[in-house]
Design a protein around this ligand. Structure first.
Ligand code: AMP
Length: 398
């Protein structure tokens, strides 16, 4: 079964092709600056895990032109024809309360994704466009939507409701949804398998450009740090995470900010960028090494917020079997892991300092001997999880 996974952004298309059940993709790529004269495509074809990369710069007026070009690249030795693609798995950011698992796309599903534009104005329209284009480019394939919110649909009401008037939930759907679900689900499953404990009490810590945590037990999400939108919770690259809501009133009132300006401030100018002048941890760690006090403080705030959530989620889970670091920062930044795991042995977490500094591919166990709970690094793989969910859908349907 050829499963093509698409993550369609407003001006980009990320893709991977799996020849299921092989978990290694046969090719992957990224189309950027769609809609411009200078769009780029980086296309990798893997032979026994070794990539050969092609880079192109070309005019691409829209997503349809981009995907046609990708098909052109695929037919150069990977597939014969677009009809060779059996399933297209789409990452869709917001599934609201309607979708709690991977879902075959029908006209009703598309209408519901459109209805959710208001809840995810930056993401769902681009994801929707990807679906429409893929339906035309791969007319024979079954199209499936895999939602970032779906994994968190198991949150109990006490965790997903805000203490706002009830009508705002019942009429306006204002509640905690949570995001990065595909990643939390994937790393939690990998960790539970590693521990040999299907019922493990896990705290998954996804630290990429966006950052979020989840409390997971028995493969079910019980709480998560992102909320109504992906702005809540941890300190991120450019997003503030949790702030006192009355700061927004102060900004729009006495300080005269427009709602647009507040939006830009919180989503694009805050987080590590606001604190330390860069949203990339590699720059900030360099500045830290050079003695920059703002970089030190930014790291401290970033790690402190994660520690607060570890405390909260250990309480939610009434215990802890493992914490799991994942995504760009979680997998690569030893200092973040060290700051998070300092003086936290109260929870049974003791970091193996030397192993923490080493770089290795794959799942890593960084717990010191005697650590009651495990400290793991599990590389995330959202595309593989999407492919897996698509494959499971049709295996169970046939
Ligand atoms: P992601 O969203 O998972 O792709 O993560 C992207 C972020 O990971 C980047 O903005 C960097 O801050 C961070 N990152 C990537 N590589 C490294 C590294 N080697 N060390 C520290 N941070 C890294």
């Amino acid at each position: 079964m050829n499963i093509f996974v698409i993550n369609s952004g407003s001006s980009s298309i990320k893709y991977q092709l799996f020849r299921w059940p092989a978990e290694q993709p046969v090719c992957s790529g990224l189309v950027e600056r769609v809609g411009s004269e200078q769009a780029t495509i980086s296309h990798k074809v893997f032979a026994e895990g070794v990539p050969t990369e092609q880079r192109l710069t070309l005019p691409l007026p829209d997503h349809e032109a981009g995907l046609h070009k990708v098909v052109h690249l695929l037919t150069d030795g990977v597939i014969q024809d677009p009809s060779d693609i059996d399933v297209v798995g789409h990452r869709v950011v917001h599934g609201g309360e309607s979708f709690s698992q991977a879902t075959p796309i029908t006209p009703e599903v598309k209408a519901e994704i459109q209805r959710l534009f208001g809840l995810a104005p930056l993401h769902n329209p681009a994801n929707y466009l990807g679906i429409e284009v893929a339906e035309r480019v791969f007319p024979r394939a079954r199209q499936v939507a895999v939602f970032d919110t779906a994994f968190h649909q198991t949150l109990p009401e006490k965790a997903f409701r805000y203490a706002l008037p009830t009508a705002l939930y019942t009429e306006q759907r204002i509640r905690r949804y949570g995001f990065h679900g595909t990643s939390h689900q994937y790393v939690a499953a990998q960790a539970a398998a590693y521990l040999g404990q299907p019922d493990a009490r896990l705290i998954t810590i996804h630290l990429g450009n966006g950052c979020s945590m989840a409390a997971v037990r028995g493969g079910q999400s019980l709480d998560t740090s992102m909320g109504f939108s992906p702005l809540a919770g941890l300190v991120m690259g450019t997003r503030s995470g949790d702030v006192d809501p009355s700061i927004l009133l102060h900004l729009t009132g006495p300080l005269g900010y427009s709602p647009e300006q507040v939006n830009t401030l919180l989503n694009k100018e805050s987080g590590m960028l606001g604190l330390a002048g860069s949203n990339d941890m590699r720059d900030i760690s360099q500045a830290l090494a050079a003695g920059d006090a703002a970089a030190q403080l930014a790291y401290d705030i970033y790690a402190y917020r994660i520690r607060q959530y570890i405390g909260a989620y250990a309480a939610v889970l009434n215990g802890l079997d493992a914490i799991i670091f994942t995504a760009g920062v979680g997998e690569n930044d030893a200092l973040v892991r060290q700051l998070v795991c300092q003086d936290i042995d109260f929870f049974g977490l003791v970091l193996a300092e030397a192993q923490n500094q080493q770089r290795q591919p794959g799942l890593r166990d960084l717990s010191a001997p005697g650590s009651r709970a495990k400290i793991l690094v599990v590389p995330t793989n959202e595309e593989l999880e999407i492919a897996q969910q698509c494959a499971a859908l049709f295996a169970s349907a046939s």
